[in-house]
Write a protein that binds this ligand. Structure first.
Ligand code: NAD
Length: 487
């Protein structure tokens, strides 16, 4: 059972990689090979990219002469280009991710981020203080320099927007290291970067796997890593950052988000959010609604409505290109076998009776990596399916009696990314949203974010925040200038 927790490769802290190797990506809908020729950047490539980026950040380089409005206009052009090529970018992502409708929605997230942060580019002000004690004080918020964004496979273009947009708006230079599982759409960005008018070296894409990410995380000339991915990799990156040059780190990590449904909730609304929060992108979303707690009085009605809504979704599991498909495959064979094969999470939970299987369960399709929505009820609190992020369409559904119990159970988790509270009592909604330990709490909604408000996790769900004005802090460093006015 414990071996299931070792899911992600963690590379040595310092890695020299000279032999050429390439990425192999397949279509999860069929298992067919898509490409095995995308090169993995090694230490010389990473050095070159960082050198270009450093030159692009030099004081006399064109990017440093751009006023805020100039940065904004390049970013807005880039957003327009993303919009123009939305279908093609979504298609490229779908080829190796699956994701029927989500593919386009995640490009929209990136477009929104570039437009939102373009608005900030000429508004990041500093402070000034009077000349008390003979010193006039100015505080400037200055860019950090070379920022590397290391992103996961589940939302390649959205994750790019969440990191590149605030970094570039504040005058940094940015290098994207996409995931080895969904590299295609990111590869197409290079052309759009040039067309938008970013000066050379300001916004680069470097393909590779975890070894490439590790090279960036331990590079002495990278000022910051903005990372989204698993907890294990996030911790490794923090260590590499500390051991190299104490580079700044933002970590957006996993979740096991509780949805708490009270007796007085609007049943239809709660079911709709909980179902969509589990099935969008086949549950491969960090803030998926995967831990459901329903109050005793509404539990039987919720269970029936949730089951029948998920049965309808199960009928719409299919090839991502087919009209009518709502739930596609999971990303690849590794993820499929981890969740659904013999010795997998679902199989083990079923055979060990970690809970009662309500819907779904171990299944097999001749082709492709499809998993039907799977729900366990009355799960044991120490079961793997209850405690750990599964990153597939698998959730647990349990009953609760009162507020005190549900606050304690919701918070009894190493994760703190998102929670949802469903009730029509505003006082209770505010009480619970304050008591729950997580970065975001939805009231009568879950598994969603907004571009203008901070998004990120408490506890092991991460360090720092993305989105909104708050994220600008992560890409700037205050510099104090003290002016002696006494002589
Ligand atoms: P992952 O940690 O395996 O990989 C993420 C990225 O890190 C990839 O680009 C990978 O190549 C790179 N990487 C791997 N090992 C590395 C190392 N040692 N040094 C540097 N880089 C390394 O995660 P994943 O499987 O791609 O994504 C799934 C995870 O991401 C889930 O846990 C999910 O919850 C999380 N996620 C979080 C958010 C969020 O905003 N909080 C959003 C999406 C996904």
């Amino acid at each position: 059972m414990h071996s299931l927790t070792v899911l992600y490769p963690v590379y040595p802290l310092s890695i020299k990689q000279n032999a050429f190797h390439s990425l192999t990506v397949s279509n999860p809908a069929t298992g067919d090979l898509v490409s095995d020729t995308i090169p993995v950047a090694g230490d010389a490539d990473v050095d070159t990219a960082v050198r270009y980026a450093t030159a692009a950040f030099a004081h006399n380089a064109p990017w440093r002469q751009f006023a805020g409005v100039d940065r904004a206009s390049v970013m807005l052009r880039f957003a327009d280009l993303l919009e123009k090529h939305r279908d093609e970018l979504a298609r490229l992502t779908r080829l190796t991710l699956g994701a029927p409708a989500f593919g386009k929605a995640e490009v929209d997230t990136a477009i929104g981020q570039f437009r939102y942060y373009a608005g900030w580019a000429d508004k990041v002000a500093g402070q000034s203080f009077p000349a008390d004690g003979g010193l006039y004080k100015i505080v400037r918020n200055e860019p950090l320099g070379v920022v590397a964004g290391i992103i996961p496979w589940n939302s390649p273009i959205a994750s790019t927007g969440l990191k590149a947009a605030p970094a570039l708006a504040t005058g940094n230079v940015f290098i994207l290291k996409p995931s080895e599982k969904t590299p295609l759409a990111a590869a197409a960005l290079g052309k759009l970067v040039l067309e938008a008018g970013f000066p050379p070296g300001v916004f680069q894409v470097v393909q590779g796997d975890g070894s490439t990410g590790a090279l960036f995380a331990s590079h002495p000339d990278v000022a910051k890593i903005s990372f989204t991915g698993s907890i294990g990799t996030g911790k490794a990156i923090q260590i590499m950052a500390a051991n190299s040059n104490l580079k700044r780190v933002t970590l957006e990590l996993g979740g096991k988000s509780p949805a708490v449904v009270f007796d007085d909730a609007n049943l239809e609304n709660a079911v709709e959010w909980c179902v969509n929060g589990l099935t969008t992108n086949s549950g491969q979303i960090c803030f998926a609604a995967t831990r459901l707690y329903v109050q005793a009085g509404i539990f039987p009605r919720f269970l029936e409505a949730y089951r029948s809504a998920l049965e309808a979704k199960a009928k719409a599991v299919g090839h991502p290109q087919d009209a009518g498909t709502q739930v596609g495959p999971v990303v690849d064979k590794v993820q499929y076998e981890r969740i659904n094969s013999i010795n997998s999470i679902i199989h083990t939970a079923t055979s060990e009776r970690s809970g009662e299987l309500l819907i779904g369960g171990p299944g097999d399709r001749p082709k492709g990596y499809y998993i039907e929505p799977t729900i366990f009820t009355n799960t044991k609190d120490d079961a793997f399916i209850y405690r750990e992020e599964i990153f597939g369409p698998v959730a647990v559904l349990n009953q609760f009696e009162d507020e005190a119990e549900i606050v304690q159970r919701s918070n009894n988790s190493k994760y703190g990314l998102m929670a949802g509270v469903f009730t029509q009592d505003i006082n209770r909604a505010l009480r619970i949203s304050s008591a729950i330990d997580s970065g975001v709490v939805g009231v009568n909604c879950i598994s969603t974010i907004h571009p203008s408000t901070p998004f990120g996790g408490t506890k092991e769900s991460g360090v720092g925040r993305e989105c909104g004005e708050y994220a600008l802090r992560a890409y700037t460093e205050p510099k104090t200038v003290l002016i002696n006015v006494t002589y």
